[in-house]
Write a protein that binds this ligand. Structure first.
Ligand SMILES: [Zn+2]
Ligand SMILES: [Zn+2]
Length: 380
């Protein structure tokens, strides 16, 4: 297949083309080369088949990725089985609506989860708290049951040692159309001759014992958005385990993000909460404190004179970015607490005693204080 044309070239599109660009390119070319419009024209028929094949691959996310990675020389042979692409029957009318899509989506079983699909994997990954602020580009190496590199997933290292199962074209399952009354019903079954593996192995590979799969290290790259919360799962389509069947689709890889705790912030989505223990003098006289912050600009908290423990001070816009858009940020709320030194020197005690009477004189009686505190508590 050395002279097989590039699928993107066939459809006349860039490699970066979007799904709808791919679809539109196919639709307009298919109208041009449709046999109904070009009766008896062999060249048009060849072109029509070529663009169908290109579209079948590029419209399927799994197959497109494999093609983008390996080109026409992908491991495991042609995705269409040993006989290659056979063409499909699309009516000219289908090209005006979306009627052709369902025909292509049946090719690789992408519209239905096939029984031969590889297993999904879940990997837990811890990231520093700062990731919630800045996001992170990550690369992980994990061991995944993938197509065996020793035999390219075929199950044998020699050419004739393994062949695609002719009964199922390497798909590991067969579809039977049966008539139920006036209706045609499609039934999928595991292929008996290859026991669902899609291949017949006569000379098994040493590394995978003919399974076609082996645990291999793979590198996965992913980006974590600012605002990420613990428990977020990133889905990497097709990066899970390879299917046990030759032409089965791989499972997905899920990466569950665990955000490590911050030394002092508790988190409520984008909002941050912290306790701020201050001395009686600072609460009484008022103070402005500065602490290091997640946005690398110091966080200034202004405590007004006469503040009491339990009161809160909110600073809007200095929390975490919301995971819906990094322009909006949550708030930081500091709860005031009283910090009392454990060790008190003789001179300190003396000075505190000196002001105690003065302070008491300014306060209402103890009973009145208790009553008014209870009242304010009940009002909340
Ligand atoms: Zn088979
Ligand atoms: Zn192998």
């Amino acid at each position: 297949m050395a002279n097989k044309r590039d699928y993107y070239e066939v459809l006349g599109i860039e490699r970066s083309a979007s799904d709808s660009q791919i679809k539109n390119a196919f639709r307009s070319l298919a109208r041009k080369y449709h046999p109904d419009k070009n009766p008896g024209d062999e060249e048009a028929e060849t072109n029509f088949k070529e663009i169908q094949e290109a579209y079948a691959i590029l419209s399927n996310p799994q197959e497109k990725r494999k093609y983008d990675t390996f080109g026409h020389d992908r491991p495991g042979g042609s995705p269409f089985g040993s006989r290659g692409f056979q063409g499909v029957d699309i009516s000219f009318d289908d090209l005006f609506g979306g009627g052709f899509d369902s025909i292509f989506s049946q090719f690789f079983g992408s519209s239905q989860r096939s029984s031969t699909r590889g297993s999904d994997l879940l990997v837990r990954h811890s990231v520093p708290f700062q990731t919630s602020m800045e996001g992170l580009e990550e690369e992980l190496e994990i061991e995944v049951l993938k197509n065996c590199s020793n035999c390219d997933g075929s199950g044998s290292t020699i050419d004739e040692g393994s062949r695609s199962c002719p009964s199922c074209d390497g798909r590991g399952r067969i579809e039977q159309i049966s008539m139920v009354g006036p209706f045609r019903q499609r039934v999928r079954k595991e292929c008996a001759p290859c026991r669902g593996s899609g291949r017949l192995v006569s000379d098994p590979c040493d590394k995978c014992k003919g399974e076609g799969r082996a645990y291999q290290p793979i590198k996965v790259k992913f980006s974590i958005n600012p605002g990420v919360v613990s428990g977020t799962r990133l889905r990497m389509r097709g990066q899970g385990e390879s299917s046990s069947a030759l032409n089965g689709e791989p499972g997905d890889l899920f990466i569950e993000i665990d955000v490590e705790p911050h030394p002092w912030f508790e988190r409520d989505g984008p909002d941050l909460l912290m306790a701020l223990p201050l001395s009686f003098a600072d609460l009484s006289l008022g103070v402005t404190v500065e602490i290091p912050h997640i946005d690398s600009e110091k966080l200034k908290i202004k405590i007004p004179p006469g503040s009491i423990p339990g009161e809160t001070i909110s600073i809007p816009g200095r929390g975490l970015p919301s995971n819906r858009g990094r322009s909006r940020r949550g708030s930081v709320t500091a709860v005031l607490k009283l910090a009392v030194p454990k060790k008190q020197s003789r001179s300190m005690k003396k000075k505190i005693k000196e002001i105690r009477d003065e302070i008491e004189a300014e306060l209402p009686s103890l009973e009145d204080r208790i009553t008014s505190d209870a009242k304010s508590r009940r009002r909340d």
